[in-house]
Write a protein that binds this ligand. Structure first.
Ligand code: ATP
Ligand code: MG
Length: 748
């Protein structure tokens, strides 16, 4: 049998080999959608003779595209894999714009404004216009406009409705100024990458060349612009495969449109639909609980999850006195589980999935105290650390001196005796004359421009040195190979700025850690710039095919390498910098949103109370329910939901999430499981690993204190893995005690 189809079930094979031009694969979590999509890519190359550079495959996260690349390498070999256009929508759009953006007037060497750049720009615009908008929410509002409007200019040109409120007028004014500020710095924000690429492909459809297939994972979370991009990229061949699951649509708050599934069917009336049914990821026990949660959504069609694994171990629902206790309990439980499952599990098998980023704090502290390695996904990034960010802003300035955001971030770092007020004045001068901060400081130092309050003599001299540094860097970088441009520039800046001494002076307490981060960045620089980009699932500039009669943007190879290096970093919001971190076995802490599409043997979901999930500020309760469903369906063998009785921040009492109504509790045990032989065997079965030997288990047990190994649980010691029959609890609302028979749900 074809190696590509090996291990697939009949429905999956049908999807992989389907000759339908337009195909939707709709299926619940863990049913092998991503696996099927990956196999279909390989199949199209091997059996339909498609050229890899004519196949576009969009994943939702960089992590997902990296995993898909690894899988494809083994199916079709590295040579073909490296030529595929595989990445997130953003990275694919950036590639088109870098090559052909000039056709719609996007200047050469544009850079990407990340969310902190956008915020800094908006804050300045709002201050300058002296309006009463809040920068963060304005950023979201702009992003929502962009995700819906097909074209920025169109949106801005819409005449404000007659009775536009004062707030709306202010908003439009800020929006327009924000766009101007981005343009002045030659920046595109994340949304612009998509919109401008759609503009490009609409204006010059020939840019897509002969795309033979477009494949999209997690389609339920695409927005209007992405749907449009799908159509444009599919071009005249119009061969599209998408996989998705309406029950897992969780990005509505960022303008994802679940209706895109039906819109697509309307646009391509010949769409075929294939459903996959069996779940290969989770134990039946986990699936039962997840099913109960999603079933509360009454408008969804009735679909049941079909387990292929044994029943497994009942999920745990555990209430703890405080958020501190909750964090401590989770850490203790991981320690206990790990010891008691012997070699069966490593730290990387454990994940803690949180609704909001702030929930990680206590858990990180507890893990830190226990000396257990962890990795935070979707949180504070390595590249956002001060000492790293500064260096990258120097590189961004060298690459594109007109980038006001980058230059204003470094103009006084290390100190050049240029105060906040002077910087504001310089920026104002730039705005007024319609030029960049860079040209303003050049003119000023040459005496061609005056400021209300002159800079001090040393400040002026420092500015001259900064200008010289940027110019010298630009001049000297052409002497090194393209791949080593970024590393060369980093070393150049470190040297010129005496960066190590600067860190020593500025951060006496932890300069060593900071310097270690800098060294790490140096180590990684070449990788991020070239092959590393591919390995990370991000761009490699060459992979767009040559199209007859259409020139790609020509740029110096060093310039281009530097731009790619910087874009790879900006677009890798879910990428960790250090290889070490990836190789070391760590517990994962992730927001639920970033955990999409992934799986772990053992999953903890803390803080399942009203206000946290569903979140108090969420607009759509159904989306919150789907979020919990997504989180629960990440678990393969063991699932824990925990809830503190009191909230840490406000110290108020909590109510268990309404998504976990009483009738559901029969599927849970209220207290942690005793790790019996059967539990360990079930985990091994589900993970298809060999169970640990008795010897290993005994060793694990010995390493725990008596209290730790017995746990404070009520699991039947005979290994029959039955849940507790009775549940005693106190209803917070009425302060009355209840006793519920968990088999009948009857109260006594
Ligand atoms: P999600 O909706 O969460 O993204 P998915 O439908 O994309 O899930 P995958 O991640 O592709 O599901 O697959 C889930 C797990 O099931 C993976 O570990 C995968 O290797 C495994 N799997 C999928 N199909 C099969 C199969 N036919 N036989 C054995 N294992 C399978
Ligand atoms: Mg998937």
């Amino acid at each position: 049998m074809d190696a590509i189809l090996k291990g697939l079930n009949a429905a999956q094979s049908a999807a992989v080999t389907s000759t339908a031009p337009v195909l939707q694969v709709l299926a619940p979590p863990g049913s092998g959608k991503t696996k099927t999509l990956t196999a279909r890519v390989a199949y199209l190359l091997a059996h339909h003779g498609y050229q890899p550079w004519n196949v576009i495959c969009c994943t939702f996260t960089i992590k997902a595209s990296r995993e898909m690349r690894t899988r494809l390498k083994s199916l079709i070999g590295e040579r073909l894999e490296s030529k595929l256009l595989l990445g997130t929508f953003h990275s694919i759009c950036r590639r088109y714009l870098a090559n052909y953006g000039y056709l719609i007037g996007i200047p050469k060497g544009f850079q990407i404004a990340d969310s902190s750049d956008s915020l800094a720009i908006l804050t300045r615009v709002i201050k300058r216009l002296n309006v009463s908008l809040e920068p963060r929410s304005t950023r979201t509002r702009i992003s929502r406009c962009k995700a819906k409007a097909q074209n920025v200019d169109e949106h801005l040109q819409q005449p404000p409705r007659k009775k536009a409120s004062a707030d709306e007028q202010e908003f439009l004014q800020v929006y327009e100024e924000y766009q101007n500020a981005l343009a002045a710095s030659n920046l595109l924000d994340y949304d612009d990458l998509l919109i401008r690429c759609a503009d490009l492909l609409r204006a010059r459809p020939e840019c897509v060349g002969n795309v033979e297939a477009v494949l999209i994972d997690e389609f339920q979370d695409t927005n209007t612009v992405q749907l449009e991009l799908m159509k444009l990229l599919a071009g005249k061949n119009r061969r599209v495969t998408i996989v998705g699951d309406p029950d897992q649509s969780i990005y509505g708050f960022r303008s994802a449109e679940i209706q895109n599934l039906t819109r697509m069917q309307r646009y391509y009336p010949d769409t075929s639909v294939i459903h996959l049914e069996e779940n290969y990821r989770s134990s039946a026990a986990v699936l039962c609980c997840a099913q109960e949660v999603i079933e509360q959504d009454t408008v969804r069609p009735n679909k049941r999850l079909k387990a292929t694994h044994c029943y497994g171990t009942f999920p745990v629902l555990r209430r703890l006195p405080s958020a501190h206790d909750e964090a401590k309990w989770i850490v203790a439980e991981i320690k206990r589980m790990k010891a008691m499952t012997g070699n069966l599990t490593t730290f990387s098998d454990y994940a803690i999935l949180i609704r909001s980023a702030h929930l990680s704090l206590l858990i990180e502290n507890a893990l830190g105290k226990a000396g257990m390695p962890y990795r935070m996904v979707g949180g504070y990034r390595f590249f956002d650390r001060d000492e790293i960010r500064t260096l990258l802003d120097y590189l961004r300035t060298i690459s594109q001196p007109n980038n006001n955001a980058a230059l204003s971030a470094i103009i006084n770092v290390p100190s050049r005796k240029i105060g906040e007020e002077s910087l504001k004045e310089l920026l104002r001068l730039a705005d007024e004359s319609g030029t960049s901060l860079w040209s303003v400081i050049q003119k000023y130092t040459q005496g061609d421009l005056t400021m209300k309050k002159k800079l001090s003599r040393p400040a002026e001299q420092n500015l001259c040195k900064l200008i010289a540094l940027v110019k010298e860097a630009k001049k000297r970088m052409v002497n090194v190979t393209a791949e080593s441009t970024a590393k060369f520039l980093l070393e150049f800046c470190l040297n010129k700025l005496s960066y190590k001494e600067y860190l020593q002076g500025k951060h006496a307490g932890d300069h060593e850690n900071r310097w270690a981060n800098v060294e790490e960045l140096l180590n990684q620089a070449n990788d991020i710039a070239e092959s590393g980009s591919n390995r990370n699932g991000v761009d490699s500039e060459e992979s767009l095919p040559e199209i007859e009669g259409l020139d790609k943007q020509q740029s110096d190879s060093n310039d281009e390498a530097l731009a790619t290096f910087l874009a790879n970093i900006t677009l890798s919001s879910d990428l960790q910098a250090t290889e070490d971190n990836q190789e070391q076995e760590c517990i994962t802490i992730s927001t639920i949103h970033s955990a999409k599409g992934l799986e772990w043997p053992i999953v903890f979901i803390p803080a399942v109370y009203e206000g946290s999930i569903p979140h108090s500020r969420a607009e759509d309760t159904d989306e919150e329910r789907r979020l919990l469903y997504v989180a629960m369906t990440r678990a393969q063998a063991l699932l824990y939901l925990t809830c503190p009785l009191r909230q840490s921040r406000s110290d108020t009492e909590t109510t268990l999430s309404s998504f976990l109504p009483l009738k559901l509790h029969r599927h849970f045990v209220q207290i942690g499981p005793v790790v019996t032989d059967k539990v360990v065997r079930d985990i091994a079965l589900i993970l298809r690993r060999s169970p640990p030997s008795e010897e290993e288990l005994l060793k694990g047990l010995k390493s725990l204190s008596e209290r730790e190994s017995s746990g404070d649980n009520l699991w039947p010691a005979d290994g029959s893995a039955k849940p507790k029959q009775w549940w005693d609890f106190e209803d917070e609302a009425t302060s009355t005690r209840h006793k519920v028979d968990l088999n009948t749900d009857r109260q006594h």
